[in-house]
Ligand binder design. Structure first.
Ligand code: PGA
Length: 257
């Protein structure tokens, strides 16, 4: 399975800026040497309104790269009276292939709970959109010794409605400790090793024979300086990058790590 290197631009970049960054990123990927481009899959989660910019920029990527992009959010209905929401058909019409579900900012700021997230995961996979499902504990939960409990409920409840026949490469999990997101405080290698082993163990219970092939990404203050060592940790099958993905040079360096 290819390593998944994902950028989360969050609520940054107007379409013109997204176009500039995506063009520069693709120019760098095309020209800067990368050892093993065929072993990697690069995904950019842009603001929905900037997805057409990524579509335009993608036209120039060389064929050895697997490059796609996705929506940071959507509402799990085909269409309807959902003021302010974006449908999967809308983002698919501008080339989005992926969606993020369960990011800690959606959980904490917008109150999205595991049962609603389960309907989003199900809806995306049933509508041919690939999913990165994010999980992770807060500092308080970690300090109270609740790591396993929190990850288990996020995984069991959020993945409760998986379609029987979804393809294993269409669902990835991102373990993102909330205390490491946007804080510059990266989890230690031991913390990542432990949490990813735990996630793999829980996936075996939930997904049975699909568990070993399911990619588990790490997210939380990933930077060019730490990406290579994080990606070398057992059970780390990629990274989800926020702050350091906003600039093409730092994200291309992470992709090359
Ligand atoms: P960060 O964000 O890399 O800025 O910590 C990660 C994320 O929110 O996915």
């Amino acid at each position: 399975m290819k390593k998944l290197i994902a950028a989360n631009w969050k609520m940054y970049k107007i379409p013109a800026q997204a176009l500039e960054t995506a063009k520069e990123l693709i120019a760098r990927l095309n020209t800067e040497p990368m050892e093993n481009p065929k072993d990697k899959e690069i995904v950019v989660f842009a603001p929905s309104i900037a997805l057409p910019s990524v579509l335009v920029a993608k036209a120039t990527i060389l064929p050895e790269f697997t490059f796609s992009y996705g929506a940071q959010n959507f509402y799990p209905a085909l269409e309807g009276a959902y003021t302010g929401e974006t449908s999967l058909d809308m983002v698919k019409s501008v080339g989005a292939e992926w969606a993020l579900v369960g990011h800690s900012e959606r959980r904490a700021i917008f109150g999205e709970k595991n049962d609603f997230l389960a309907t989003k995961v199900e809806f995306a996979l049933n509508n041919a959109v690939r999913v990165i499902y994010c999980i992770g504990e807060t500092l308080e939960e970690r300090e109270e010794g609740k790591l396993k409990e929190v990850l288990a409920s996020q995984l069991k409840e959020g993945l409760a409605l998986l379609p029987q026949d979804y393809k294993v490469e269409d669902l990835a999990i991102a373990y993102e400790p909330v205390w490491a997101i946007g804080t510059g405080k990266v989890a230690s290698e031991d913390d990542i090793l432990e949490a990813h082993a735990l996630v793999r163990e829980l996936l075996v219970e939930i997904l049975a024979n699909k568990a070993t092939e399911t990619r588990i990404l790490y997210g939380g203050s990933v930077k060019p300086e730490n990406a290579k060592s994080i990606m070398a940790i057992k059970n780390v099958d990629g990274v989800l990058v926020g702050g350091a993905s906003l600039k093409a040079d730092s994200f291309s360096e992470i992709a090359r790590a």
